[in-house]
Ligand binder design. Structure first.
Ligand code: ADP
Ligand code: MG
Length: 260
């Protein structure tokens, strides 16, 4: 049976799709069978981040409306054969899609995969409900900004009412230099403030500007590697986003970063 994890946040633009795609990639690189489900109907972009938008024939709504089988809508990753995307649709009357409909799609994929990652839309209304309904675990993505923290707190409270057995926190877009300057909270403080289990910290990294980070030596790549290990092996190694700003050369980098 697959682990069904919804990646959510409340606030838009904090990195849900980025976390979904990169976590999916790293789990797949560990040899696990992964499908990423784009449930962001209307503002979907997981297919674009994965670079498979030109391969879309069928989408999530086609599966729900029985126009095709779920396997026909899956798009295999170009480089990793055990990584798939189930794309969403741009223009559609989303109110016709129900949480139950999405849950049925998930149930149909269950036996074929180790992980089903659900990329949730922003907000806490019907689209949120649809995405969360079929999941049994949740990762809440938050950035170290007040508005994001407030929305995450709201989402964490709402999740209590769902049948979710495990909720964890990923702090994204972390600026290690600002943590050392005490201008923003560190990741442990954020997790404590939200009374939530911290499972990953992802630095602010220009390499993520296009979303997906395939094999490279960047900080964010290593941070996602640790996140995938924490998810799969239940380790607790959080990437230290302040590391490169410590010591003498670190202080120099910190000064440089401030001038950008
Ligand atoms: P959401 O799905 O929550 O709306 P996205 O994953 O689409 O957010 O991310 C919004 C934007 O932020 C994208 O352009 C993405 O490339 C960028 N981004 C996300 N995380 C990071 C990061 N850690 N460092 C730099 N840019 C990031
Ligand atoms: Mg998104």
């Amino acid at each position: 049976m697959a682990r069904k994890i919804v990646i959510t946040s409340g606030k838009g633009g904090v990195g849900k799709t980025t976390v979904c795609a990169n976590l999916g990639l790293h789990l797949a690189e560990m040899g696990l069978r992964v499908v990423m489900l784009d449930v962001d109907i209307g503002l979907n972009n997981l297919d674009v981040i994965m670079g498979v938008e030109n391969k879309v024939v069928f989408d999530l709504v086609d599966v729900i409306e029985n126009k095709c089988r779920s396997k026909q809508a899956l798009i295999q990753d170009f480089y990793i054969s055990n990584l798939y995307t189930l794309p969403s649709v741009h223009s559609y009357n989303a109110s016709r899609v129900t949480g139950e409909g999405i849950k049925q799609v998930i149930a149909g994929l269950d036996v074929f995969f180790d992980y089903i990652l659900i990329d949730c839309p922003a907000g806490v209304d019907a689209p949120f409900h649809r995405a969360v309904y079929g999941a049994d675990e949740a990762i809440v993505v938050v950035t170290p900004h007040l508005s994001s923290l407030r929305d995450a707190d709201k989402v964490l409270n709402i999740l209590v009412g769902y049948n979710i057995r495990s909720v964890s926190l990923v702090v994204n877009r972390v600026r290690g230099d600002l943590i050392l300057e005490r201008e923003i909270m560190n990741t442990a403080e954020i997790s404590e403030m939200l009374s939530s289990n911290l499972i990953g910290a992802i630095p602010e990294d220009d390499n993520l500007a296009n979303g997906l980070l395939r094999k490279n030596t960047s900080e964010a790549y290593r941070a996602f590697e640790l996140l995938a290990l924490n998810v799969h092996k239940e380790t607790n190694k959080i990437y230290d986003c302040t590391l490169k700003y410590k010591g003498l050369t670190g202080a120099f980098k910190r000064n440089l970063r401030r001038k950008i």
